[in-house]
Design a protein around this ligand. Structure first.
Ligand code: CU
Length: 370
C-alpha cells in the first residue's frame, strides 16, 4: 500500500519534472531563427544564456545588473536575442541608427531592444588584441559582409552612450554563403579575425552582420576586457578573407570631453539623504545624466529622488533606479540592490533623456526611508 503510494507519488514528481523540462525547452526556443555574436558574447545573447532558464531570480539584480534591467525592460527581447535587426537599410547604417542607440539597432522593433543601449557595467569577455569573433547564425542566412568595430582607447563604456564616432573598424569578412560557414547544432557559425591593437581595459565591440537572404542588417554589441590574456581560436583557421585594416568610414574621432554641467548639490536634506545631478554627456537631441544619492549621518533602507524638468526634457531610459514621470516631474526610487546605504554612503543611478537646446540642471529633493 505505502509502496504503491510512494511509487505513484514518484511518478507524479517525474511527470512534473517532465512538464517543467518541456516548458523550459519551449521557452528557450527563440520565436524566430536569426543570429548573434556568440564570442565575445553579445549583450542580448549573453543575458539569455546566463539567465534564460532563471530570468526571475532576484540574484540577477546584484550579480548581473545590466542583464537584470534588460530582462525587466522587455522579456520578449531576451527570448528573441537573435532578432536584433533592421530591414531595408541599404547599407546606410549610420543614417538609420542615431548615436546612443547603436546597441538596439536604432530602437528597432518599436524599441524592443532599447535596454541594450543602457550604459553600465555589462559583463565582459576577456580578449587579446588579436582575437576571432564568432558569429552564430541559426537561420543559415550567410553574410554579404560582417564588419567588426571596436571603441577607441579613451572611450569610457561605463559612462558614455555608444556613438559612431567612438568606433574603429577592426575586422571584416566579405560575402560568405552559409555553405562556407561551419555547421553547428541548430545553425552555422563563422569567425571573423579581429585586430584591435593599443587597447586595454573595458571596450565595446560593435558588429554589423549584413545577412544574404534579404536586406537584413543586424547590430550587435559585445562587451570585452582587453589585456585579459590571449583567446586561442576555438576552431580551425577560417576560410574567410584576411582582415582588412582599412580605415573606418566613420567621422573623425570626436572623443570630445563630455560637456558637464556644474553639479548641483541639494542641501543635505533633513538628515536623511541628499542627491546630486550632473549631465555626463550630451548629443543632438539628448543627454545622459548621473544622479548620486548619499545617505546622511544615519543608515537608510531606501530612497526617492524627485525633480522637475523646466525645458521639456523627457527621460527615455534609466538604470539602477525605477523612474516614473508625471508631466515634467520625475520620481526615481531605489531598486532592490541599492536602497540600503550606510551613514554617508553613496550610490548612483543613470538616465538617458531627450532635450531641446536648453537643458537646465534641475533641483533635486531626496527622501529616505529609515
Ligand atoms: Cu533571420
Amino acid at each position: 500500500m505505502s509502496k504503491i503510494l510512494r511509487s505513484s507519488r514518484a511518478l507524479g514528481l517525474l511527470a512534473v519534472a517532465a512538464i517543467a523540462t518541456l516548458l523550459s525547452t519551449a521557452l528557450a526556443v527563440p520565436a524566430s531563427a536569426h543570429g548573434s555574436v556568440a564570442n565575445p558574447v553579445s549583450r542580448n545573447y549573453g543575458c539569455w544564456q546566463r539567465w534564460g532558464g532563471d530570468f526571475q531570480n532576484p540574484r540577477m539584480a546584484t550579480e548581473d545588473p545590466m542583464c537584470w534591467q534588460a530582462w525587466q525592460t522587455d522579456t520578449n527581447a531576451m527570448w528573441n536575442w537573435n532578432g536584433l535587426f533592421r530591414e531595408g537599410v541599404a547599407g546606410n547604417h549610420q543614417a538609420a541608427i542615431p548615436n546612443g542607440q547603436l546597441c538596439s539597432g536604432g530602437r528597432t522593433e518599436n524599441g524592443r531592444y532599447r535596454a541594450m543601449d543602457a550604459v553600465g557595467a555589462w559583463r565582459t569577455t576577456s580578449v587579446a588584441n588579436n582575437f576571432r569573433l564568432k558569429f552564430y547564425d541559426q537561420a543559415s542566412h550567410g553574410a554579404d559582409y560582417i564588419r567588426v568595430y571596436a571603441t577607441r582607447q579613451g572611450y569610457d563604456a561605463l559612462t558614455t552612450p555608444l556613438a559612431w564616432s567612438h568606433l574603429e573598424l577592426v575586422g571584416q569578412i566579405g560575402n560568405t554563403p552559409a555553405s562556407q560557414w561551419r555547421p553547428e547544432t541548430g545553425g552555422v557559425s563563422v569567425e571573423v579575425p579581429v585586430n584591435a591593437p593599443n587597447r586595454t581595459g573595458r571596450h565595446v565591440i560593435f558588429t554589423i552582420w549584413q545577412a544574404s537572404h534579404s536586406d537584413q542588417s543586424y547590430y550587435i554589441c559585445s562587451d570585452v576586457q582587453f589585456g585579459g590574456g590571449s583567446t586561442p581560436p576555438s576552431s580551425p583557421p577560417p576560410s574567410s578573407p584576411p582582415p582588412t585594416t582599412s580605415p573606418t568610414p566613420t567621422p573623425p574621432p570626436t572623443t570630445a570631453p563630455p560637456t558637464t554641467a556644474p553639479p548641483t548639490t541639494a542641501p543635505p536634506a533633513t538628515g536623511a539623504c541628499s542627491a546630486m545631478y550632473r549631465v555626463t554627456n550630451t548629443w543632438s537631441g539628448g543627454f545622459q545624466a548621473e544622479v548620486q544619492v548619499t545617505a546622511g549621518n544615519a543608515p537608510i533602507r531606501g530612497w526617492r529622488v524627485t525633480w522637475t524638468y523646466a525645458n521639456g526634457q523627457q527621460v527615455s531610459q534609466v538604470w539602477n533606479a525605477t523612474v516614473s514621470s508625471s508631466g515634467s516631474t520625475v520620481t526615481a526610487t531605489n531598486v532592490s540592490y541599492n536602497g540600503s546605504l550606510g551613514a554617508g554612503a553613496s550610490t548612483t543611478f543613470g538616465l538617458l533623456a531627450s532635450s531641446g537646446s536648453t537643458n537646465n540642471t534641475p533641483t533635486l529633493t531626496c527622501t529616505a526611508t529609515a
